[in-house]
Design a protein around this ligand. Structure first.
Ligand code: MSP
Length: 506
């Protein structure tokens, strides 16, 4: 459980960051923060995939040297990490020396072990996916050839090194059998197993017809095929080839979060490369679905690409983070729509969460001179007990990537709290039973803090604003779940006058 290593795919720099990039990155950020909140150590890597024909072409179109081009575009992805408030520990670029050294070392090992041999490749290739395409996966339309993702194919015929993937078929199937949670969700796992069972062909792992890549260290005519190059980033960042390094020993094997389109590379090629080099295969591949925009596939040609920056400018970062993971069960495809995000923000964030805080804390400031006493039996408050008792269930959700269930559960508590406020009516108690009113308010404050703690991984900034409203908790690190007991030990809570936490969308 401890020392988890979470990665995002490294992003192609041929393009501007879009919602798909943001989605995978936030997914991993939430995991990393969730483990931080539990006081568990983990490591988070993201970065950019800078080689290959697609990137070379993008640089040519702009008439810029590919290195200069990638320097520029990878900055956009670093900016995205800041914009998304990512807590990544490292950012790797495949044009860095540490990575070249790592890839070339892996190449040598595979060659020495006779896992790679020289031959000739002729077949169809998708530049957009940087993937070779088998005959039975080709779709013909208007005399042109496409792969199943609709990317146009071109004929490639060149001398190439091959990795003996076919040899790993049974070992991979065995590995999947012995590690039933290797690929999640299950439906994706079945797809991969079916594909491997249908037979694996050796994989072309070098190219000669363009230049933008890592040189094959043993043959200067060739560069390393971009996926062998790219996948290796996950261990380059842990100091491979030095497998005795602290990072490697502590964090490998890792958990790779990826979109459904790139599962095969991660769940078939990558473990095979690693096993062939006598390294451990990854711990897990977690695949998420794809977003559409108002029901339509997102594509540059349709002009409906969602820019994460525009989204955040319009709705606010934490609201976007909440929406993306509440709206769609992780693993399923999801549709982005303005109506859907508006409903989530207005209904759940502004009305349910924000308004609870606003009305209760304002009431305390107005009626109790900002102080609320805590007594021994606060712990016995029914809703607080329920929240505490549900911790295991909440953790199970997150360990199984059920982000939406986790959030749903927390917001049910928020409903209960709002109902409790309405039912116990502190504004009436003020006149009839001031002692009971204080108790009710103390209970609600504790629950607000508790639920907010569990929301930290999703909304780190908003929850920090909430914690700030409890002035005398400021030296307790509330972003660690366990530190709640320090709040309980306080004699009172000193409240600051709140400002509305979320703005309603008109
Ligand atoms: N460079 C490779 C990954 C190499 S990892 C060793 C690559 N890069 S990418 O930039 O094209 O895609 C990165 C991620 O964005 C993928 O996980 C992909 O699934 C995701 N998405 C792209 N479009 C998406 C949506 N519309 N919705 C959700 N995610 C999508 O592939």
């Amino acid at each position: 459980m401890s020392n988890n290593y979470f990665t995002t795919p490294i992003y192609y720099v041929n393009d501007k960051p879009h919602i798909g990039h943001a989605y995978t990155s936030i997914a991993v950020d939430i995991l990393k923060r969730f483990y931080d909140c539990r006081g568990l150590n983990s490591y988070f890597l993201t970065g950019t995939d800078e080689h290959g024909q697609k990137v070379e072409r993008a640089a040519q179109e702009k008439n810029i040297d590919p290195q200069k081009f990638t320097d520029m575009v990878s900055e956009n992805f670093k900016d995205l990490s800041n914009l998304l408030n990512l807590s990544n520990d490292d950012f790797i670029r495949t044009t860095e020396e540490r990575h070249k050294k790592s890839v070339q070392n892996l190449w040598r090992v595979l060659l020495e072990k006779d896992e790679i041999y020289l031959s000739k490749y002729s077949g169809w290739y998708s530049v957009r996916d940087e993937a070779f395409v088998a005959d039975n996966e080709i779709v013909e339309k208007n005399g042109k050839k496409y792969n199943s993702f609709g990317s146009e194919l071109s004929w490639v015929e060149e001398e190439s090194y091959f990795f003996r993937l076919s040899k790993w078929q049974d070992k991979l199937l065995n590995f999947y059998k012995n590690n039933p949670n290797f690929i999640v969700p299950k439906s994706r796992s079945n797809e991969v197993i079916k594909f491997v069972e249908s037979g694996l062909k050796d994989l072309s792992v070098s190219r000669t017809t363009f230049k933008w890549g890592i040189d094959v260290p043993t043959d200067e005519k060739h560069i390393v095929y971009v996926w062998l190059d790219a996948l290796t980033n996950y261990i380059s960042a842990l100091d491979y080839p030095n497998i005795n390094s602290d990072l490697y020993k502590k964090y490998w094997p890792g958990i790779h979060v990826v979109g459904k389109d790139i599962i095969r590379f991660h769940a078939i090629f990558w473990p095979a490369f690693l096993m062939a080099a006598e390294l451990d295969p990854p711990k897990q591949i977690v695949a998420h679905g794809w977003w559409t925009n108002e029901g339509q596939k997102i594509s540059k040609s349709l002009g409906n690409v969602i820019d994460p920056k525009e989204l955040i400018d319009e709705y606010g970062l934490d609201s976007v983070r909440y929406f993306l993971f509440r709206e769609v069960p992780f693993g399923n495809d999801g549709d982005f729509s303005k109506v859907a995000i508006k409903n989530r923000i207005n209904g759940e964030l502004a009305n349910n969460y924000g308004n609870l805080i606003q009305r209760i804390l304002s009431f305390i400031c107005k009626n109790l001179e900002q102080n609320i006493d805590l007594t021994e039996d606060n712990f016995n408050f029914e809703i607080l007990k329920q929240i505490n008792d549900s911790e295991k269930e909440l953790f199970d959700y997150m360990e199984n990537y059920k982000y939406d269930e986790y959030l749903k559960k927390l917001f049910l508590f928020m409903n209960d709290l709002n109902n409790y406020v309405d039912k116990s009516a502190p504004w009436v108690l003020k006149k009839t039973d001031p002692e009971q009113m204080k108790k009710v308010l103390a209970n609600i404050c504790l629950c607000i803090i508790r639920v907010s703690q569990y929301l930290v991984p999703f909304m780190p900034s908003k929850t920090s604003e909430v914690f700030n409203l409890f002035e005398n908790t400021n030296n307790i690190k509330l972003d660690i779940f366990d530190n709640f007991k320090e709040v309980i030990n306080l004699k009172f809570l000193k409240i600051r006058q709140p400002e509305p936490l979320f703005t309603k969308i008109e």
